[in-house]
Design a protein around this ligand. Structure first.
Ligand code: SF4
Length: 463
C-alpha cells in the first residue's frame, strides 16, 4: 500500500494528496481514498479503483481543509472490497480520527481476541487497530485526559506486531508512525507552508516538498500548528531496523531514495553484480520490461554486451484485463508485451528480471522470445530465489504458489524453457543495496523472519 499525509494551512490539501497518491499508485491499485479536515470535521472519500478513477476535480474541490491523509490499497489481509478501502474513520468519546496503513500485522488473532472479537469479524488488520484505539479512548481512565488520542496510541502501538507504517489524523494533527523494524518506508517532507508524510520520496517530489528525513523505525512524528514533534512509543529493546530488502528489488519506484540510496542505482548495481557472478557469451542484454531495466543496464555496462529492447510494453494496460477463455488468456499475455522480432531473431540473449515469484507470466514471456527466433536465452535474476512467504505487507501467497519453494533452480530453468538461469547471491544483492547489509529483512529469501511468525501461517489465519 501507499500512504500520504499533508498538513498545510491555506493550501489545496486534497489536490496535494491526489498528486501524492498518484505517485504512489504502484504500491496499490485496488482502492484509493483520502480523509480531509477543515478543523472541526473529518470528511472521507474512498472507493475501489485507481486514484484517477476514484477522484475527479469535483470530488477534490468538495474536500476542502488544511489537513489530509490518503491511501492506495493492495490487500495483504482482508478482502479486496469497498469496506476495506482506507482511510478508516472512527469517532469515540468526542475524538475523531482517520487512519491509513501500509504493512501487515502478524498478531491479528491475538488482537481480535483481546477485544473479544471472533476471528473473521473484523475486515482488516487496519480496522482492528482502529477498534483498539476506540477501546482505549473509551476506557474509564481516559476520561479527562488532556490528549486522549496520543494516550491511546501510546497504549496500542506497542501491542502491534509486524509491519506498519501509519498516517493518522484528527481534526488538526497529522501523525506518522513506523514499526520498530521499519519494514515499510515512511518519509517526512517539508513544503513552504506545511509538512508532508509519504511512503516514498517521489510522492514528496511531485508535490514540491523537500525531503527532510525518514521517519525512524519505532518513531512517531506528530505534526501540528507548532511544527514536528518526535515521540518514541515503543520500548527501546524492540527497535531493530530491518527495512524490506524487496523494496529495493521490486516494490519501490526506481526514482526514489531509501536509506540514503537511490533505488535505480541499487538495481543497476545488482545487474552489475550478476554479470560478475554469472558471465555469459551473448549478443544482446534485454530487460523484462519494465522491472528488469536498471538491472539489465548494469549487466550490459559491466559485461560490455550491448543493451537493447526485447519487447514493447503496452503502456495503457491496467493490472488486469478480462479474457473469458484460456486460449484468449494465453494470447492476452501479448496485449501486455510483444517481442521485437528484428532485435531478437538469431540472437543469443541475456534476459534480466528483478525477481521470480510465481513464474507463470515469465514462462509465457520466455516462450515469446523463442518463437521470435532467439537462439539462446540466458535468464539472470537480480535477487536470490523467493522461497518463503512474506507476512510483512507483500502478498506473494503461501509456499504452494512460490515456484522456488517447490522447484530447484534447474527445474525452474526447465519449466521456463531457458538455456541457463542464475539468481544473484544474497551477499551480492545486499552489497548492491547498502554498506550495512545486516539491517534488512531477507525473510522471503532466507526464511529468517525478523518478527517471529509461523511459516505455516496462511493469509486467512491473519484475517
Ligand atoms: Fe520484504 Fe521479503 Fe521481508 Fe517481506 S519477507 S518484508 S518481501 S524482504
Amino acid at each position: 500500500c501507499g500512504v500520504f499525509g499533508v498538513r498545510a494551512p491555506e493550501q489545496p490539501v486534497s489536490h496535494i494528496t491526489y498528486l501524492g497518491l498518484y505517485a504512489l499508485q504502484h504500491r496499490g491499485q485496488e482502492s484509493a481514498g483520502m480523509a480531509v479536515s477543515e478543523g472541526t470535521k473529518i470528511w472521507v472519500n474512498k472507493d475501489m479503483g485507481l486514484v484517477s478513477t476514484v477522484f475527479d476535480h469535483h470530488r477534490l474541490e468538495a474536500l476542502r481543509g488544511h489537513l489530509a491523509i490518503g491511501h492506495t490499497r493492495y490487500s495483504t489481509t482482508g478482502a479486496s472490497a469497498w469496506q476495506n478501502a482506507q482511510p478508516s474513520y472512527r469517532t469515540a468519546q468526542e475524538v475523531q480520527f482517520a487512519l491509513a496503513h501500509n504493512g501487515n500485522l502478524v498478531n491479528t488473532p491475538e488482537l481480535a481476541q483481546e477485544l473479544g472479537l471472533a476471528p473473521g469479524t473484523v475486515g482488516s488488520d487496519s480496522d482492528l487497530v482502529a477498534e483498539h484505539l476506540i477501546a482505549e479512548l473509551a476506557a474509564p481512565d481516559a476520561l479527562g485526559d488532556a490528549d486522549p488520542l496520543e494516550r491511546a496510541l501510546a497504549r496500542v502501538l506497542p501491542r502491534l506486531r509486524g509491519a506498519f507504517s501509519f498516517v493518522i489524523m484528527d481534526e488538526d494533527r497529522l501523525i506518522g508512525v513506523r514499526d520498530p523494524n521499519g519494514f515499510r518506508p515512511l518519509f517526512l517532507g517539508q513544503l513552504p507552508q506545511g509538512w508532508v508524510l509519504a511512503s516514498e520520496t517521489p510522492a514528496l517530489d511531485v508535490v514540491g516538498a523537500k525531503v527532510v528525513r525518514e521517519v525512524e523505525p519505532g518513531e512517531m512524528v506528530v505534526i501540528d500548528a507548532s511544527g514536528v514533534r518526535s515521540v518514541r512509543p515503543f520500548p527501546s529493546a524492540t527497535i531493530n531496523p530491518t527495512l524490506c530488502s524487496f523494496e529495493f528489488v521490486y516494490f519501490a519506484r526506481p526514482d526514489g531514495v531509501l536509506r540514503g540510496q537511490g533505488v535505480h542505482g541499487a538495481r543497476k548495481r545488482m545487474g552489475m553484480q550478476l554479470a560478475v557472478q554469472a558471465p555469459v557469451d551473448a549478443d544482446l542484454v534485454v530487460p523484462v520490461p519494465e522491472s528488469g531495466i536498471p538491472g539489465a543496464q548494469g549487466f550490459a555496462q559491466q559485461s560490455g554486451i550491448p543493451y537493447g529492447d526485447g519487447w514493447i510494453k503496452n503502456r495503457y494496460i491496467g493490472r488486469t484485463f478480462i479474457a473469458p477463455t484460456q486460449e484468449l488468456r494465453d494470447n492476452a499475455v501479448r496485449i501486455k508485451l510483444n517481442p521485437i522480432i528484428e532485435n531478437v531473431a538469431g540472437q543469443r540473449l541475456v534476459v534480466v528480471e528483478d525477481s521470480i515469484i510465481r513464474a507463470t507470466t515469465l514462462r509465457g514471456t520466455m516462450r515469446m522470445l523463442r518463437e521470435a527466433g532467439a537462439t539462446a536465452i540466458h535468464l539472470r535474476i537480480c535477487s536470490p530465489p523467493y522461497r518463503w512467504p512474506c507476512f510483512y505487507g507483500m502478498d506473494t501467497g503461501d509456499r504452494s504458489t512460490l515456484i522456488a519453494a517447490n522447484l530447484d533452480v534447474d527445474a525452474i530453468r526447465d519449466y521456463l524453457g531457458v538455456d541457463s538461469l542464475v539468481y544473484l547471491e544474497l551477499d551480492r544483492m545486499l552489497g548492491a543495496i547498502s554498506d550495512e547489509p545486516n539491517d534488512f529483512c531477507t525473510a522471503c529469501m532466507t526464511g529468517d523472519y525478523p518478527v517471529p511468525v509461523s511459516v505455516n501461517t496462511t493469509k486467512d489465519m491473519l484475517e
